[in-house]
Design a protein around this ligand. Structure first.
Ligand code: UGA
Length: 435
């Protein structure tokens, strides 16, 4: 099919590449010239495993092009809207101005029977509003809402082989569902569950999923606080309750909490939208989920200061990881980076390192000191904080690391190290909610 993808950020760049990989003829549109130039040259502007390969093969085959001119989207049968919906600084609501602008720019280029497909995470009600506008200004085209559930680090796999497909369509619009079935034929043939529903449900599925995941993480982090207060072990607790299939073990890892461009923003956007709908009280618990999450960062900072004998001033602290999760170079709302910056503000000599995120971290926190190697970060450190569970940090040898540091003190902000092995190597080990 002829497809356009409008917005080539994380979501759009992966989606455009994956659609071309599936054999479609794709044009990616973005207003950012440098991003378009990089993508057109087959270079992803961010780190995502597997993306360089499919981007390079799709651009080389001619099935994938990029442009800054929305007119190049003209003629496509399907147009995916994949622009960002950042958090508004004042209200916390999702800012849909980029969606509105992209949609308005696209309108004059829609051919007979074209399908506009929203992928961006939007406040419930947005699709119905856009559909009304479409009916008034381009009645020969139609709209579907098809939320995206890809995870950074697994974005290519999640797009090529999603665990479910959700189509929000207008009442009686069988055409939209059949067009999307065609787009996702490979996934459908592989048996991917597909839910066809209305616009509002499709929009809510996305925020409900992220709100639920955030709640799960904050639940276990709250349990980690009570574990710390009572000498219990939150990891064993998570293992035990996780065996209950109704609960499940995934997303029950206590630690520095969630960050990134999605979970924090989405729960705030969802709360703001619920308030607009008069349901502020019903969703007030999400503010608590947010508060528990942010408190985890403070807890780690407090723990670090206590470990350093009550003051961080002049102490060298090695922070392993700056990204919000491993296998990504994304530092948006990263707990690791916040912790590093807070300790620096308290007078510590902080050195942060990361396999992929230093460049982005430097842009966001230029005042922090960065080391390009773990060895340099660890060298002479009074305290080590594992803040992002990159594989090379989880598998760190306590004996070898011990020879580099000044003091054998470690805070395992992700509960991924083996406390017994680290203690046996002479380290003072502190986890989150672990005795
Ligand atoms: C999240 C969702 O998982 C995706 O399904 C969704 O499509 C995406 O947001 C989005 O809205 O675009 P992502 O932001 O890539 O994906 O990251 P997650 O894997 O969900 O992790 C979020 C944060 O939670 C990370 O900081 C991670 O370290 C933290 N986390 C995760 C925990 O602290 N504990 C856990 O047990 C799991």
């Amino acid at each position: 099919m002829r497809i356009s993808v409008i917005g080539c950020g994380y979501l759009g760049a992966v989606h455009a590449s994956a659609m071309a990989e599936l054999g479609h003829d794709v044009v990616g549109i973005d207003v950012d010239e440098s991003k378009v130039a990089a993508l057109a040259a087959g270079r992803p502007p961010f780190y995502e495993p597997g993306l360089p390969e499919i981007l390079a093969s799709a651009t080389a085959s001619g099935r994938l092009r990029f442009s800054t001119d929305i007119a190049d989207a003209a003629g496509a049968e399907v147009h995916f809207l994949a622009v960002g919906t950042p958090q508004a600084a004042d209200t916390g609501a999702a800012d849909v101005s980029h969606v509105d602008a992209a949609f308005a720019a696209l309108l004059p280029h829609l051919v007979e029977g074209a399908l506009v497909v929203g992928k961006s995470t939007v406040p419930v009600g947005t699709a119905a509003r856009l559909a009304d506008r479409l009916a008034a200004e381009a009645g020969h085209a139609s709209l579907a809402w098809n939320p995206e559930f890809l995870r950074e680090g697994f974005a290519v796999k999640d797009t090529l082989a999603p665990d479910r497909l959700v189509y929000g369509v207008a009442k009686g619009d069988d055409h939209a569902a059949s067009v999307l079935d065609h787009v996702y034929r490979a996934a459908i043939e592989a048996g991917t569950p597909r839910i066809v529903t209305d616009y509002a449900t499709a929009e809510l599925v996305k925020v409900a999923a992220n709100a639920f995941l955030a709640t799960k993480i904050s639940f276990i982090n709250a349990m980690s606080e009570i574990a710390d207060a009572t000498g219990a072990d939150v990891t064993a607790l998570a293992d035990a309750i996780g065996h209950d299939a109704r609960i499940g073990r995934r997303f029950l890892n206590a630690g520095v909490g969630f960050g990134g461009g999605c979970l924090p923003k989405d729960i705030r956007g969802f709360t703001a939208r619920a308030e607009e709908l008069g349901l502020g009280e019903t969703f007030a618990f999400l503010a608590e989920v947010d508060a528990i999450n942010l408190r985890q960062r403070r807890r780690v900072v407090d723990l670090a200061v206590a470990d350093l004998g009550g003051s961080a001033i002049g102490k060298k602290v090695a922070v392993l990881g700056v990204t919000f999760k491993p296998d990504s170079d994304d530092v948006r709302d990263s707990p690791a980076l916040d912790i590093a910056a807070s300790l620096q503000e308290l007078g510590a000599d902080v050195v942060a390192t990361d396999p992929e995120g230093i460049e982005n971290a430097r842009e966001r926190r230029p005042g922090l000191r960065y080391a390009s190697t773990m060895r340099e970060a660890l060298s002479g450190a009074d305290l080590v904080i594992l803040a992002t569970e990159w594989n090379e940090y989880r598998t760190l040898d306590p004996e070898a690391a011990g020879r580099l540091v000044g003091e054998r003190r470690v805070i395992d902000g992700r509960n991924v190290l083996d406390p017994a092995a680290w203690r046996a190597a002479g380290w003072r080990y502190r986890g989150i909610g672990r005795p």
